[in-house]
Design a protein around this ligand. Sequence first.
Ligand code: ISC
Length: 419
Amino acid sequence: MPLPASHPALVVRSTRIADPGDLVSVIPAGADSPVSWLRDGDGFVGWGVAASIRTAGTARFAEAEQWWRDVVGSAVVRSEVDLPGSGLVAVGSFAFSAASAAGGVLHVPAIVVGRRNGVAWVTSISSAPDLGGAPVIHPAEKPLAPVLSDSRDGALTGAEWAQAVGAAVRRVQSGALDKVVMARDVVVTAEGPIDPRHLLARLTSAYANTWTYSVDGLVGATPEMLLRREKGLVTSRILAGTIRRTGDDEHDLALAASLARSSKDLEEHEYAVRSVADALSPHCSSMNVPESPFVLHLPNVMHLATDVAGVLREDVSSLTLAASLHPSAAVCGTPTLAARDLIGELEQMDRGRYAGPVGWLDASGDGEWGIALRCGHLEKPSQIRLFAGCGIVAGSQPDAELTESEAKLVPMRHALADD
Ligand SMILES: C=C(O[C@H]1C=CC=C(C(=O)O)[C@@H]1O)C(=O)O
């Protein structure tokens, strides 16, 4: 059930501040509704709720967009800073499936602390007419690592999931579809509440060149940028095709070369690029889609990656663009509808907000929306559900895909661990 939308008149003020250092460390202990969007130390964190909306079903994006327009229309914004992420922003996350109970959320934090290119700022947002003085930002008490008590398979055991992958391979081989992305879940329980700040601190330090996000209990570090809209330009980083890293640099270089030549992975990648390029092209006056991918090196895996760029022909917000690109073949498959049905038939779980768009937008509609990968959903204070999926084409092997899914769970397992 969507919550009733309210359209509060917000007062917003962004003020330049001295560099606060590590942004995760300024989120107060026990902060209400912590959010983050960080990469290579830049981006923002926030907490508190100035306004928010929950949406559901096929209209989950459109209702959020309409609400955001109303919020923007009635807001009064004063900003000393003119950088992406300053001024009025909303952070959001949307379910992969329209049928999911997870729906969508857009959330305007009460406090945002950001940094970009050496300029730091704090934004206060409130429905009260007087914001008072700028909040003083200082390092908070360090988060404690959770004491983990259990880690168990979710909807399917590893063996059952590999069987489901086998069924998916046969379906692809029968010609019913070209590609489907099969995902699995793992439930990790701790003895006490899991502090999202601990997860963010671990993810930002070990996976600095991914986008580390937190919104409404969804925490992760995604390497895949569904789209960034900035001043009329749209860019997207598409990933599909994966090989695990071994930790031996020389061996990994050889593996990277074999990934770049693997016909199975190149095929899987091509479907993902096509789906994004086809969805973006109606919105763009010109586009650049490279002919072949590069290999993106992450600490746990390497991916085939393509960066697509376009010039927008119309004033369409980053959230509406994200809605039109979702679900790309990097998380669903080709053709989309056949893949979506097969996922529903074989996965036997609700993906929730995993594999849906996660990110932020500002008052002008600019923003960044990643795909919620390498993540977990804190479904109770002491319990988190982790997700990982793999693109399946005719040449996929179930056991290799199970191993690949484990490699994709590594960032969140690392985030939950202690040093
Ligand atoms: C679906 C996931 O990854 C996608 C993104 C990159 C590579 C992928 C792959 O090689 O299968 C997946 O398409 C996941 O991490 O859960």
